[in-house]
Design a protein around this ligand. Structure first.
Ligand code: ASP
Length: 583
């Protein structure tokens, strides 16, 4: 069976496991309130006494098992009576973190007046002097929001404890897979870029290629966000979100949205970003995996090697060439376990996304997908057909392994080694071009992300302000999203942070991020798949403009040639490295 078939099966199994056995599964009992930070909820030791609030460490994650729920009857504005949950008796483990926090004495730095007055040992006293690790009981107070249109929304909502446990067992498998591919990135990018540049010989050619590449990357990104803006205006996804969904989403994700906005506020300015490309210490850039700095140094190093006498530089280039080959072999090994890693990653993402959230945001999600399809089919299809002279289907087939890894890891950086392999072997792009254009693209070019930001911004504006955005505002959003996509790292959720900047540019309320957070991780998979596809499309075009003729590899050639493609390399007999040979 081919490797992508196996990966696809892994994805499918992961999706089924995540949806049926995950924390949000409708089949399992919802018996746990999972609170990401204690600050978000109020817990009382005594349900009758509002002063008995537990002084918990504000940032502590809480897993509150549901024991009983006390409901109350409330009349809404339109005179209808509703039975809504008011308090839940819950139990949780008294953790070491809580014990240490309790030992520290008066609680400072929390914005809750009540907590400030608590003294050392108060938490233990309120809970009946528990030992660390012991289960204790308390009362969770539900937050209730009354809707203008009638009815109430209460938070938090329970999930399945069993589901959470199952997913937490699967999660290390996904993490292991991610780490295995991330491990290869720095040596692979550095070695292949250095070899590529050194073998190019002509420095002017490099300058020309760099200029063209950046130009086309920027052009595709600006096109992408424009498609996003137009699709969102045509479909009007904001019109499909009722008041109830809006209030529920806002209540559920407000805190997380604040975190995103805070992260965006810390982002450096454009000048700083540009300066950051030049490393102070290239070894540090490598240890930190700073891709643009690594590219910068590798390019200069490669150029320098072409200026050193060739019999000396040949050894260095030969060394890195072998490093590069070995990294590719590691990627083949990792791809052999990819189906399992991918299954675990997908199960985790789908398992944690609730159906109610998906339902509320379905039109928004579909608008993003529609835009992405237009981008991948129309724009990339046209570019590769017209300039690189490769049919769209052949191109998509060649890009498939990279798309699958991008999709399942939600990280174009993690997919980079596979993307490079696709460009070289599956599409037939030369090494100098692929090893320069792709690492640059994985950080600089995020078309899927830019498109999604266009849709998200208009959607939030539609929900909050009716969606009136002037043409000038939208043009500034195109510029902001293009710049933001250069600054965003190719990691899961990066686009969400830069979205906050785009919203600020357009004067759209950043609290709106709470609306879309629930489906963000799922859309992240699709937009990352498109980011990777965009990088490959631009690489094909660049190769064509450098006079290369692309030759996508057939699957038979992949199967039969162990040195190309994704199949067969590990079937070869290993032979020990004999250093005596060269003497
Ligand atoms: N996950 C995306 C990527 O790695 C970035 C984003 O849109 O969040 O390409």
């Amino acid at each position: 069976m081919k490797i992508y078939t196996k990966i696809l099966i892994g994805m499918l199994v992961g999706a089924v496991v995540g949806l049926t056995l995950g924390p949000q599964s409708p089949l399992l009992e919802a018996d746990l309130y999972h609170v990401h930070s204690a600050e978000q909820v109020t817990l009382l030791a005594d349900p009758e006494d509002p002063d008995s609030e537990l002084p918990l460490p504000p940032e502590a994650e809480l897993r509150l098992s549901k024991l009983d729920v006390v409901t109350t009857s409330k009349v809404d504005a339109s005179g209808d009576r509703h039975e809504i949950p008011e308090l839940a008796r819950v139990s949780f483990r008294f953790s070491r973190h809580m014990a240490l926090f309790d030992d520290k004495g008066p609680v400072r730095g929390s914005d809750r007046e009540v907590l400030r007055e608590k003294e050392r040992g108060d938490l233990r006293a309120l809970l009946g002097a528990p030992r660390t690790g012991q289960r204790v009981e308390a009362w969770l107070v539900f937050e209730t929001i009354e809707l203008d249109g009638g009815g109430f929304v209460t938070t938090p909502e329970p999930i399945s404890e069993l589901g959470l446990t199952i997913i937490s067992y699967l999660s290390p498998i996904g993490e292991l897979f991610m780490r295995l591919i991330m491990m290869v990135i720095v040596p692979l990018v550095f070695a292949s870029l250095l070899v590529g540049i050194a073998s190019l010989g002509d420095i002017r050619k490099l300058g020309r290629l760099g200029g063209k590449t950046l130009g086309l990357y920027l052009a595709t990104t600006a096109t992408a966000i424009t498609i996003g803006l137009v699709s969102a205006h045509l479909v009007n996804p904001g019109g499909f979100v009722g008041e109830r969904d809006r209030a529920a989403l806002q209540a559920q994700f407000d805190q997380d949205a604040d975190d995103q906005v805070a992260a965006a506020a810390e982002a450096p300015s454009t000048v700083e970003n540009l300066l950051q490309i030049v490393p102070e210490n290239p070894v540090a850039s490598m240890t930190e995996g700073d891709m643009l700095q690594i590219i910068f140094f590798a390019v200069l190093f490669g150029i320098a090697l072409t200026l050193v006498k060739s019999d000396r530089s040949r050894q260095v280039v030969g060394f890195f060439d072998t490093v590069q080959q070995a990294m590719i072999v590691i990627i083949h090994m990792v791809m052999a376990v990819a189906p399992f890693g991918v299954a675990a990653l997908i199960a985790e993402v789908l398992g944690s996304s609730g159906f109610s959230v998906l339902k509320a945001l379905v039109v928004y999600g579909l608008t993003v997908l529609l835009g992405l399809a237009i981008l991948a089919g129309g724009v990339y299809g046209g570019l590769v057909r017209v300039i690189a002279k490769v049919g769209w289907i052949r191109f998509m087939k060649a890009a498939r392994p990279a798309q699958l890894i991008g999709f399942s890891t939600s990280s174009s950086a993690a997919a980079l080694p596979v993307t490079m392999q696709c460009a070289r072997d599956n599409l037939g792009v030369s090494r100098p071009v692929s090893s320069f254009v792709l690492p640059l693209g994985s950080t600089v070019n995020m078309d899927g992300t830019a498109l999604y930001q266009g849709v998200a911004a208009v959607f939030i504006a539609q929900v909050f302000t009716g969606g009136d955005l002037s043409l000038g505002t939208q043009i500034s959003m195109v510029l902001a999203a293009t710049m933001a996509s250069i600054g965003a790292a190719g990691v899961p959720g990066a686009g969400m942070i830069t979205l906050a900047m785009v919203l600020t540019t357009a004067g759209i309320p950043t609290e709106g991020i709470a609306l879309i957070l629930g489906v963000d991780r799922i859309l992240d998979m699709f937009r990352t798949g498109v980011n990777v596809t965009g990088d490959l499309a631009v690489t094909s075009v660049m190769a064509a403009t450098e006079g290369e003729k692309l030759d996508p590899m057939s699957s038979d050639a992949d199967q039969s040639d162990p040195d190309r493609g994704f199949e067969g390399r590990l079937d070869r007999e290993p032979s020990p490295v004999d250093l005596e040979d060269d003497k």
